[in-house]
Design a protein around this ligand. Structure first.
Ligand SMILES: [Zn+2]
Length: 265
């Protein structure tokens, strides 16, 4: 019998028998872990309400290392991220990131960098949500260690690009993703199959998504290739980045993201 003690986020829950449930956790120290949350005969459990997404828990679980399901010894809330539960837009963003984490992680395969990224992204999202609408927001993006204006869509873009990099699907932005040749200095084409920006020669014979100069520059900044521009890109450039990253994510992960349409309700 082994003891598993870790901070964790709930990814999903599903019913087990009449009243119990299985909780799929993303733990900092052990990766994805499935635990049983028991209820008493009347269906009550003191901790059942703790098991909801977008809440950082401290969980102690136990079980045989060879089994796929563990029992919970105790669970406490470490951070509630209450603001994310009170605003539909922020909730949608948080649940979208939760689904991406679920798709990108495996049972009992530790991914502490992904855990840190998720935790930081939720902090940034909560910070962006606490800024009054219309005010010049200025919250710390801890990953970039730079102060700049952060909005929920830009938190998602940072999260997507970092998750792709940590998962081995880094965008190729510094040279042609198909032939390795030099990229044009301004606007570029993105080709999903190649996995990044392509040169004009390769773009001529491939389906590409047109990405303007500003979006290319900001993406390179987010990847750490160049200093991150001081100003956020304009709406058109943000939309180009959003479309490119969605295409890259669905191509690399090989599936649609169910919570994606809820981002635009
Ligand atoms: Zn090329």
């Amino acid at each position: 019998m082994a003891l598993y003690r870790s901070d964790a986020f709930v990814l999903r829950t599903y019913k087990l028998g009449e009243s119990d449930q299985i909780v799929v956790l993303f733990t900092r120290d052990y990766g994805k872990l499935r635990v049983v949350a028991h209820r008493n005969r009347r269906g009550h459990s003191r901790t059942a309400s703790y098991y909801q997404p977008l809440t950082r828990l401290h969980v102690i679980a136990y079980g045989r290392p060879t089994r796929s399901l563990y029992q919970t010894h105790s669970v406490d809330i470490a951070q509630a991220f209450r603001v994310l539960h009170e605003d539909f837009n922020l909730l949608s963003c948080g649940l979208y990131m939760t689904e991406l984490i679920d798709i990108s992680t495996q049972d009992r395969q530790p991914a502490p960098e992904l855990f840190a990224l998720f935790d930081e992204a939720l902090e940034a999202l909560a910070g962006a949500g606490q800024v009054p609408k219309g005010a010049p927001a200025s919250v710390l993006t801890t990953r970039q260690h730079e102060r700049q204006r952060v909005t929920p869509p830009m938190v998602l873009r940072h999260f997507e690009i970092s998750l792709l990099t940590l998962s081995g699907y880094a965008l190729q932005l510094s040279e042609c993703a198909h032939c390795g040749g030099e990229l044009p200095p301004g606007a570029c084409g993105y080709n999903a199959r190649a996995g990044g920006l392509v040169c004009d020669t390769c773009a001529a014979t491939r389906h590409t998504l047109k990405i303007g100069h500003a979006a290319c520059g900001y993406l390179r900044g987010m990847m750490g290739h160049v200093p991150l521009p001081e100003m956020l890109p304009d709406t058109a450039a943000q939309q180009e980045m959003e479309r490119l990253l969605h295409l890259h994510l669905t191509t690399c992960l090989g599936r649609e993201i169910k919570s994606y349409p809820f981002l635009y309700l």
